[in-house]
Design a protein around this ligand. Structure first.
Ligand code: SF4
Length: 210
């Protein structure tokens, strides 16, 4: 496109991702923009060619909570207005709870659990997912203690036990089967809830009665 058309398109995209006074801001250098604005510009660049899927790798890292909420809203708006699927890669359970529809939990390079977001938070079936949720602060959950539950140990050297469950060295429920064979990812609950675990966590009572 011509320079004039490219500039108009840039202003349009900056407006789309919520940059105020985009017609003026389009001439700014990066150092003249805040961290949140720079992140919005990156998102504008990513959607410039109308992708069907947007991969956002840690899109809110190093942003404060208010700016983070704004960026997640931009991603939500793009999904709804442009019909773009958004794949978010994050270690932040709060971000997942806020924006995700479906969640894939990975550990040591393998998918260990996959479920709709509400089901995953209410009924984690893989022991690693359960450990992650126990390690997250939640209102009222750790009353009387300042310490969160932690997952002991370290991520394994992947070449050492290629046929075992990768979480076996850190899992409180591990047994010989877990050290001898990698569990397959199978449907394990109501709907589309998959987990790769020989001894999955039990379902919360209210879910079991559903
Ligand atoms: S397969 Fe075994 S070691 Fe792996 S998460 Fe399940 S119970 Fe724990």
């Amino acid at each position: 496109m011509s320079r004039r058309a490219a500039r108009a398109r840039a202003v349009e995209l900056l407006t789309l991702v919520g940059i105020p006074s985009a017609a003026l801001r389009v001439d700014n250098y990066p150092h003249q923009l805040s961290g949140g604005m720079r992140q919005r510009v990156m998102i504008a660049m990513a959607v410039a060619c109308g992708p069907k899927v947007l991969v956002a790798d840690e899109p809110t890292t190093a942003l404060d909570v208010t700016v983070q909420a704004g960026i997640l809203q931009v991603l939500r708006d793009l999904r709804d207005r442009l019909g773009t699927s958004v794949l978010i890669i994050t270690h932040d359970l709060g971000v997942i709870a806020d924006i995700a529809d479906r969640v894939v939990v990975m550990y040591a390079g393998r998918v260990v659990e996959r479920a709709p977001v509400d089901d995953l938070f209410a009924n984690p079936r893989h022991r690693y997912t359960a450990g992650l949720l126990s390690a997250s602060p939640q209102p009222g959950r750790h009353a009387g203690t300042d310490r969160l539950t932690e997952i002991p140990g370290l991520v394994p050297v992947l070449s050492r036990q290629p046929d075992a469950c990768t979480f076996a060295d850190r899992c409180p429920a591990a047994d010989g089967q877990c050290h001898d064979a990698a569990p397959p990812l199978v449907n394990i609950g109501v709907g589309e809830h998959l987990a790769a675990c020989w001894h999955p966590c039990s379902v919360a009572p209210q879910e079991a009665n559903r």
